[in-house]
Each structure stands twice: as C-alpha cells, then as structure tokens.
Design a protein around this ligand. Structure first.
Ligand SMILES: Nc1ncnc2c1ncn2[C@@H]1O[C@H](COP(=O)(O)OP(=O)(O)OP(=O)(O)O)[C@@H](O)[C@H]1O
Ligand SMILES: [Mg+2]
Length: 177
C-alpha cells in the first residue's frame, strides 16, 4: 500500500469487524528521533493465542468473503522493510493492540497520505464506535474525540453531509513543520 493512512484504515476496520465499541488511535511522528509509530487499541473480541500467532500470515483470516487476509501481513512487511516492525497483543474477550513502527527517514517509508480522509471515511461507516485519536507530530499534540465531536454537533450523525465536511476539517492536523 502506498500510504500509511490506508494501513491505519485497515487496522481500524479490523477493530470494527471485531466488534469494538471503543478505539484509541495513537500516532507519534518525530523527525528528530527518526521514528514514526502508531498504535491502535480496541476493546473488540480479541484473538486467542493460536489466531494471534497466525494473524500476520496472509492466509489467516476469519472473514468469509475471501480466503486471504492481507491487512496485517502487508503492514508487517512494510514496517520491517522500513527499519521498524509490528507488534500484536491481544486478549480474547478484552481487545487487541496493534503497534507499528517505522524509521521516519527510511527511503521506503510510505508517506502518511490522507489521514483525515481515512479516519473520516471510517467514522462515517460506524454508528456507535467511540474513537479517540491522539497525534503527536514533531512536538505538537493533536487530539480528536468522536464522542465529544458528535455532542458538539448537537445530535447530527456522521452521515449528515454538512457534518462530514466539518469532520474532515477538524481531523486535519496542522502540517507546517
Ligand atoms: N483487532 C482485531 N481483533 C480481533 N481479531 C483481529 C483483529 N485484527 C485482526 N484480527 C484477526 O486477524 C485476521 C487477519 O487480519 P487481516 O487484517 O490481516 O486480514 P482480514 O481483516 O481478514 O482481511 P483484509 O484486511 O485483507 O480485509 C482477521 O481475519 C481476524 O480474524
Ligand atoms: Mg483487515
């Protein structure tokens, strides 16, 4: 995949498919420390030991529409090719944590891409997931909370076109560094 934001979207979709009601997306980019990391923590159904060991194998999937699951396998390959790696921690019935790291300056590291768009698309497709998104980028900290955002919107849903534009706007992080 050409963009990290698409990998992030994929991991968010996994959390949704696992029945998560709460998701924390945490991203840290530091040019100074030459690192880019993200963590996605969900409270979905989790994975048992056996599934956890197989989860990064392209043929391990519990989806029924096709026989391969590529999300985690591709993310792992990309992270490892960029001087980083992938870590999965999961507990059945409690949830899953996916952590990916990359060398920030690695020539093969994909760009972040349209993160606001990916998160926006994810939220439009969900009715009741509470997403907290924290992004630290070169010393600046950005926080977005989907529940707080909806509360402020006075009961409108993410499907409302007016609200979607506002949502994309408020997901956009200051990118001047
Ligand atoms: N957050 C999660 N909670 C519970 N199980 C998960 C989670 N993420 C992944 N899994 C399990 O690992 C499998 C592999 O995930 P992966 O993203 O690699 O492929 P997929 O979601 O099955 O298919 P694709 O991502 O290609 O649409 C999933 O089918 C699911 O069983
Ligand atoms: Mg997936």
């Amino acid at each position: 995949m050409e963009e990290l934001s698409l990998h992030i979207l994929d991991i968010l979709e996994n959390a949704r498919e696992a029945g998560a009601t709460k998701i924390l997306l945490w991203i840290r980019e530091s040019r100074q420390e030459d690192v880019l990391k993200f963590k996605i923590i969900d409270n979905g159904r989790g994975m048992g030991k056996e599934m956890l060991q197989k989860a990064c194998d392209p043929f391990a999937t519990t989806r029924r529409t096709r026989k391969v699951g590529l999300g985690l396998a591709m993310l792992k390959a990309t992270a490892e090719a960029c001087g980083g790696g992938l870590r999965l921690v999961s507990c059945p019935g409690k949830g899953t944590r996916v952590e990916a790291s990359f060398q920030y300056s690695h020539v093969d590291r994909p760009p972040m891409g349209n993160l606001a768009g990916s998160i926006g698309v994810f939220l439009v497709g969900t009715q009741s997931i509470h997403l907290r998104y924290i992004h630290r980028k070169n010393g600046k900290r950005f926080v977005f909370d989907s529940k707080a955002f909806l509360k402020q919107a006075g009961g409108l849903s993410f499907q409302e076109p007016r609200l979607f534009a506002l949502l994309l706007n408020s997901l956009e992080i200051e990118d001047k560094d």
